[in-house]
Design a protein around this ligand. Structure first.
Ligand SMILES: Nc1ncnc2c1ncn2[C@@H]1O[C@H](COP(=O)(O)OP(=O)(O)OP(=O)(O)O)[C@@H](O)[C@H]1O
Ligand SMILES: [Mg+2]
Length: 442
């Protein structure tokens, strides 16, 4: 599950809880190959050296890590990462660290074969570089969605974000929080699908000490952690019937009782629910409580699949290149191929494709051959799923992409290859949202 870091739950009032949260330290989760993950605290203002040297603050066993590899320091906002002259470098995600950088929560620092995942107190800084956080919206459909997000952000109406996997539902929820009057409060996300039934209730609503076997201390749930802010219930359709009932009660009464507790604790939380299945259908089929569906669904924000907003593909690609491989350009035919592909994994898949290409690119350009096979093959197999009409459209679109690539984006030549008039080609380019990337000849 994804949730903000938790305070040791010893507090009794919201004021005290706020104070505890504020004093929370940053943490780093350490994942070394073959070892159980561990967590180390990062006290503010203190250099924490990471490497194989026994004298260091954070000692790793990974043989591909230098004696003193990297230094982490929790600053006023974020964590400063400095390579300490390691032999094989320090990476932020896919990007090699060239100069010291301040990073936010969720950043993955890679050293040798190990990963260091930064975790920060909830109210400190966004989860990564602010410039890489904001939502890209260039296609008219996305511009409209973003405007709608900002409009509903001001109200308290519950929001249901619906869309295929990887379309950016969580980003929409974050944008909603950021544009809302609750922006100074915490944003907490919990993935309901990843909650084992045995602990879901306590994760959501917290528990009192000794309330069940293994409940060693008191613990606040995500609802309490999000007090004064926004709670994203991701994949809310996956909640069990009993937790749906409990959630409904909390939404109606605005108070909760921790598992094993007897005290009603008021919670002031804006709920954003996200789902990649049609909750209305689930509700109609009685798989999801209808009354809860109506509670959650004050307004539905539909995040379109990436293939239905092709205008976002190149701007998103640029953003991901700036983040993962700054300075790289798109070579001939690449922009068109990216716009032509169907992106079943949506924006997340595009991000992965860019990371893949950045890793393979040798010169200053990303070439077709650097793209993942499936993406490159957008000009290849006509066998997809969907209706015959969809497959014909795919085939037509892919043929156009292949011809465009073969003629370096020259439209007259493309039309000739396809046996179309230039007008017919332009009509089809528009129909499939295949705008030529800037700089190509027409
Ligand atoms: N409009 C956008 N601008 C910039 N980045 C985006 C945009 N949409 C999505 N992303 C990026 O794509 C990735 C997937 O987005 P996100 O996690 O919000 O999708 P999701 O719909 O919640 O996916 P899932 O259904 O798997 O939970 C993230 O890295 C996110 O930052
Ligand atoms: Mg999500």
């Amino acid at each position: 599950m994804r949730a903000a870091p938790q305070a040791p739950a010893t507090d009794t009032s919201h004021a005290e809880r706020k104070a505890t949260e504020a004093s929370q330290t940053a943490r780093v989760f350490i994942e070394e190959p073959g070892l159980a993950p561990k967590v180390v605290l990062l006290p503010r203002g203190k250099d924490m050296r990471v490497g194989r040297g026994e004298e260091l603050e954070i000692v790793l066993a990974d043989r591909r890590v230098s004696r003193c590899h990297v230094i982490l320091r929790h600053e006023r906002v974020g964590v400063l990462v400095r390579d300490a002259g390691s032999s094989n470098g320090t990476f932020l995600g896919e990007r090699k660290l060239e100069a010291p950088a301040t990073v936010g929560a969720g950043t993955v620092v890679r050293v040798g074969d190990s990963r260091l995942v930064i975790s920060l107190p909830a109210e400190e800084a966004p989860r990564s570089d602010a410039a890489f956080e904001a939502m890209i919206a260039v296609d008219p459909a996305s511009v409209q969605l973003r405007a709608l997000v900002r409009r509903v952000a001001g109200s308290a109406v519950p929001v249901l974000v619906q869309g295929e996997t990887g379309t950016g539902k969580e980003l929409v929820a974050r944008e909603l929080h950021r544009a809302s009057p609750r922006t100074a409060g915490p944003f907490v996300a919990v993935n309901c699908a990843a909650l084992p039934e045995s602990i879901a209730e306590s994760e959501l609503f917290g528990h009192e000490k000794g309330s069940f076997t293994g409940a060693q201390g008191r613990r606040t749930g995500v609802f309490e952690q999000a007090h004064g802010g926004t709670l994203l219930l991701d994949e809310v359709g996956e909640l069990s019937a009993s937790n749906q009932a409990r959630l409904l009660r909390v939404l109606q009464e605005r108070v909760l009782v921790r598992v094993g507790g007897d005290r009603a604790i008021p919670v002031d939380v804006r709920i954003v629910a996200a789902t990649n299945r049609d909750l209305a259908v689930s509700a109609a089929r009685r798989e999801f409580r209808e009354d809860l569906y109506f509670r959650l669904n004050g307004i539905t924000l539909e995040v379109l699949p990436l293939r239905s907003r092709t205008g976002d593909v190149l701007p998103l690609t640029e953003r991901f290149i700036a983040e993962l491989g700054p300075g790289l350009r798109l070579g001939s035919g690449v922009g068109v191929a990216l716009q032509a592909y169907r992106w079943p994994g949506n924006v997340r898949e595009l991000r992965h494709a860019v990371a893949h290409a950045v890793a393979l690119a040798e010169g200053a350009e990303i070439l077709l051959e650097h793209l993942p096979t499936a993406v490159r093959g957008a000009a290849g197999s006509p066998l997809g799923d969907g209706s015959l009409r969809d497959r014909m459209d795919d085939l037509e679109r892919q043929s156009i992409v292949a011809a465009l690539a073969a003629s370096d984006g020259n439209q007259s030549r493309t039309a000739r290859i396809l046996g179309l008039s230039r007008r017919a080609l332009i009509y089809k380019l528009e129909r499939y949202g295949l705008k030529p990337p800037p700089g190509t000849r027409t």
